[in-house]
Design a protein. Sequence first.
Length: 429
Amino acid sequence: MNDTPSGQISYASLDLPESIQAGINKAGFEFCTPIQGETLPLALKGKDVAGQAQTGTGKTAAFLVATFNHLLQNEPEQDTKGNPRAVMLAPTRELAIQIQKDAEVLGGETGLRIQVVFGGADYDKQKAKLEDGVDILIGTPGRFIDYFKQRVFNLDSVQVLVLDEADRMFDLGFIKDIRFVLRRLPKADKRLNLLFSATLSHKVMELAYEHMNDPETVRIEPEKVTADKVTQSIFYPANHEKPHLLVNLLRRMEASRTMVFVNMKYEAEKVAFLLKANGFEAAAISGDVPQKKRMRMLSAFQTGELSILVATDVAARGLHISGVSHVINYDLPQDPEDYVHRIGRTARAGATGDAISFACETYAMTLPDIESYIGFQIPVGAMDAELLEEVENPRMPRREKRRPPHGKGGGNRGGNRGGQGQRNRRPKS
């Protein structure tokens, strides 16, 4: 294999089919990133891989190229009747959509039919596309299993399985759904199995060894938890100072594309309201925003029409948005891993970025765990008087409570007393 002097592997040296190489050229890829360079030679030989790497390092391209190659080199012996030959499962709608977009670029010349399914979008339209036939089916677990149970497709012809962000599958409570799918696939030694994750924890590896064929484990710089090119800093505001600090920091930085992270959905709406009152183009995204509106919002953020996206952790993973210059943790996350995933939204694909965090009275207690996890103390930012100057901070208007239509639950207020009906609900996929 011909390596470059710097040790990187060129895509041209991988001897890929012309149709795949055409997609790689279209995407502008010339050399493999570390995770691609370590996993692709294994997967192209048909070996199962469990890969760990930081977010934004090219895991998606690695498993897409390996999948395309396997399907082109291993034509099915019998007619698949339009059923999927490859299955790719992701924990969030945004990640599934991003995988599809990347697949359409990288696999555009292969002739393989690619379809994505996820909750919150038109059920019948997605179903109709599946009925037309698909080679590579990308999806979130809930909607994927729904169509499978409706017998819209079967899994008898699957030759490749991909699990992306496997650790997040556990976090979001999807692991039973994942096992449901895995048990209905052809035997592990009859397919190529690729698992990618930001962390290869014990539970992730247990899943890998249970449902994969003796996978090769690849870890890329596991000791380097955060990207080198992210400049991190921390401020210590009182709770009432946070709105002023946020607005004044944004004005001083003149940031072009910023993600602001909070811990609660209501706080996201409140912060977006604050920013709009101070002249910023901002919007809040959370799990309850309808899918069409989410996609419009993300598109506007990507094009620059929307300069600030306020998000709960639903957006901390799976969003591949280029050019995010700043990430601000308005609320410090309560899980150290979420800190890493949040700040990983900037400094992607070799770019630089800034990550600024507020250790306020409510969430400062999580800072020691975060610093222990990343392996160093975050530098403290200077909070001068100018950063705490008064800004517009109007009270957010109360939402009117929507009354249920007559005969649809309005007279049964005590039916779910104690939250029993809500406590076991799984996040929408």
